[in-house]
Design a binder for this molecule. Sequence first.
Ligand SMILES: NC(=O)c1ccc[n+]([C@@H]2O[C@H](COP(=O)([O-])OP(=O)(O)OC[C@H]3O[C@@H](n4cnc5c(N)ncnc54)[C@H](OP(=O)(O)O)[C@@H]3O)[C@@H](O)[C@H]2O)c1
Length: 214
Amino acid sequence: MRVGILGSGLMGGKLGTIFARAGHEVVFSYARRKEKLERLACDAGRKARAGTPAEAAQNADALLLAVHWSRMDDVLAQAGDLSGRVIVTCSLPMNADDTGLALGHTTSGAEELENRVPEARVVCAFNTVPSEVLFSVFEARSKANRPSLVYCGDDAGSKGMAAELIRDAGFDPVDAGLLRIARYTEPFALLVGQLAYEGTEGPEMAYRFERIGE
Ligand SMILES: NC(=O)c1ccc[n+]([C@@H]2O[C@H](COP(=O)([O-])OP(=O)(O)OC[C@H]3O[C@@H](n4cnc5c(N)ncnc54)[C@H](OP(=O)(O)O)[C@@H]3O)[C@@H](O)[C@H]2O)c1
């Protein structure tokens, strides 16, 4: 798959590296310094390169959107025409000082994103795990009992692509339903963040759902 990374920070930098190491073609974009994107691409291996958001979006099968909520309009404007593109967003609609969600209950960040780019197909995924755990999960991908990762979206085809990326990153994809379910997964992401960053055992944590009695 060709994967464009829009936002190459803690999440985008690590997930882009993981996707490239899993065999996908990756373009890292949107950081404040071009050298950072080039270094990420160099470290991720020969499947990765650095580019502009427009270059990342061009011919991409899937885009990972991984920016602070306040940068959303800017990165989308730089990406250009996203008609038909699959956008996998891990971005949370945090307020300016990152103390809480700026919206919820009757909508979600993922749905607001879809309203902004109705010509694209949005999947909400990777927002419920801390960046600190990503490399460890990827390294343990051949073991049994993979951690779960919830995702949701309205389009079956784009959800299938997201599930493939989730699997390639070492998680067990859990289809939570339509995009509106992001109203539940986004607050859940804050719970995971609370446990990861305010708990006593550090942020390298993921979660796993189990069905009892099956
Ligand atoms: N971090 C987590 O564990 C985590 C977990 C779940 C969900 N999320 C969500 O995922 C999204 C990304 O989080 P993150 O932690 O990866 O954020 P981050 O590390 O701050 O990365 C954001 C990226 O945007 C770039 N950027 C910011 N302002 C820019 C500007 N003016 N021009 C160009 N590039 C700019 C940053 O550039 P630089 O590289 O130069 O700083 C960075 O590459 C957020 O919505 C967050 O809520 C994060």
